[in-house]
Structure formats: C-alpha cells, structure tokens
Design a protein. Structure first.
Length: 70
C-alpha cells in the first residue's frame, strides 16, 4: 500500500515538473533551467524504477512463500 502511494506521489511530481517545463522557452538563460528540469525528471524516473524493482522483489518473495506453503 505504501509503495502504491509513493508511486502516485512520484508520478504527480513528474506531472508537475513536465507542466512547468512546457511553460519554459529554452532560449538563453532559460536553457539552463530546462536542463535542470530534465535532470529532475531523470531523478524522479530513477526513483520510480527503484521503487518498482523493490515492489517486484517483494511480490516475488511473497509468491515464493505461498508456493512453499503448499
């Protein structure tokens, strides 16, 4: 349950970042800011990937435990 909540929060953060980056024009000074937004998106996607891997690992452990109980 907590991981699902974390996924939703991370995805919401990504949506906010993307909306803000769409409002920016990548010229001059703003170009650096757009680069920063892209880095934030990359970091958020990395966190999603890590959380997903943890969730899958826990599901596999649970599945194996169920198989062993049979």
């Amino acid at each position: 349950m907590m991981l699902d909540r974390n996924f939703k929060l991370i995805l919401l953060e990504l949506q906010i970042i993307l909306e803000r980056s769409r409002d920016r024009k990548p010229f001059g000074k703003d170009r650096e800011e757009v680069k920063d937004w892209i880095e934030k998106i990359d970091e958020a996607l990395t966190r999603v990937k890590e959380a997903y891997e943890i969730k899958n690992e826990k599901l596999n452990i649970f599945s194996n435990q169920l198989k062993n109980q049979k």
